[in-house]
Design a protein around this ligand. Structure first.
Ligand code: NAD
Ligand code: MG
Length: 300
């Protein structure tokens, strides 16, 4: 077996396939993992936990699919109790993630809802506290990405919706969760290579990722006064439903991720260890930091 766990030594260029040729570009936003073709790897058959988050309580947004699902599976296998959030239309994906987490023997819950609403963000935190009793780890991972080639076609409505989902929701969730977070807690935001190297056609999205990187560093300096660390992960091109549901133009999907030095897109499973590291006490001297997982495109 190629990946009997995340520690198996092998050539990283060949660890996953380089082609995405079976793709179906027709999914509406948000895309479903259940319809993602070819399928993504979230570590279902490979991630091996070792108690690195034993007893921790975590809230993960966008935990139904993609990177969020890989993080949810890894956190559960490391011993954390987890609440995942996603949009109601993603219930099928949410249930799949819940099933994997419960198999790990931890408490796992779903609280679906739209984080573009401040009142819902407060409700999500309140429900997490009532289910888990604390929030030791907050992973702001939900995100919206819709490709628009021309400035003239980028609507105010989309610009606002992208900022509300990617930036305002992160602010609302951090603000609501912080009161419940003990010293030692960790906030992990999901930035992007787009924060540093914006692509034409992702103007609104890339700008939100720049804001997330900056917010992460500023909030880290604020919250260290309470012993809370704040860091970010910046993924490169990762094979998830986001890309197949308007995140990329359909004609770019075949070659998605092939331009990076590694020569292939990343899989959600390859992101999870960075989130586990930032969540756990192993990264005790790290705050205001951004870890790039980019296939070699590197952060500046
Ligand atoms: P994904 O579609 O699997 O995950 C995004 C999730 O965001 C969805 O599952 C959905 O549950 C959630 N979401 C979107 N709008 C929401 C809303 N209003 N309310 C609640 N939830 C909402 O795709 P992914 O690629 O795993 O994305 C996860 C994160 O990774 C995003 O922040 C994305 O910007 C970031 N990212 C992805 C890539 C990539 O190449 N896939 C690269 C860099 C960064
Ligand atoms: Mg999803």
């Amino acid at each position: 077996m190629k990946n009997n766990n995340q520690f198996s030594m092998q050539d990283p260029r060949k660890q996953y396939s380089t082609g995405n040729t079976a793709h179906d570009p027709s999914q509406p936003d948000p895309g479903l993992d259940a319809k993602l073709s070819p399928a993504a790897d979230h570590g279902e058959d490979s991630y091996q936990g070792s108690g690195r988050l034993q007893g921790r309580k975590a809230l993960i947004t966008g935990g139904d699919s993609g990177i969020g699902r890989a993080v949810a599976i890894a956190f559960a296998r490391e011993g954390a109790d987890v609440v995942i959030n996603y949009l109601p239309s993603e219930q099928q994906d949410g249930e799949t993630t819940l099933k994997h987490m419960k198999k790990a023997g931890v408490n796992a819950y779903a609280v679906p809802g739209d984080i573009a609403d401040e009142a819902f963000c407060q409700e999500l935190v309140a429900q997490t506290i009532s289910k888990l009793g604390s929030i030791d780890i907050l992973v702001n991972n939900a995100g919206k990405q819709q490709f628009v080639a021309e400035l003239a076609d980028l609507s105010t409505e989309q610009f606002q919706r992208t900022f509300t989902t990617n930036v305002f929701a992160m602010f609302w969730l951090c603000k609501a969760a912080e009161k419940h977070m003990p010293a030692g807690a960790s906030i992990i935001n999901t930035s992007s290579i787009q924060s540093y190297q914006p692509s034409a056609g992702l103007l609104d999205y890339a700008a939100t990722k720049g804001a997330i990187t900056n917010f992460t560093k500023g909030l880290a300096k604020m919250l260290i006064a309470k012993g809370i660390r704040v860091n970010a992960v910046a993924p490169g091109p990762i094979w998830t439903p986001l890309q197949q549901s308007g995140g990329q133009p359909p004609e770019k999907l075949d070659n998605f991720g092939k331009h990076v030095p590694m020569g292939r897109p990343g899989q959600p499973a390859e992101l999870a260890p960075a989130y586990v590291f930032l969540a756990s006490q192993e990264s005790s001297y790290m705050t205001a930091e951004v870890i790039g997982v980019t296939g070699g495109e590197h952060l500046p």
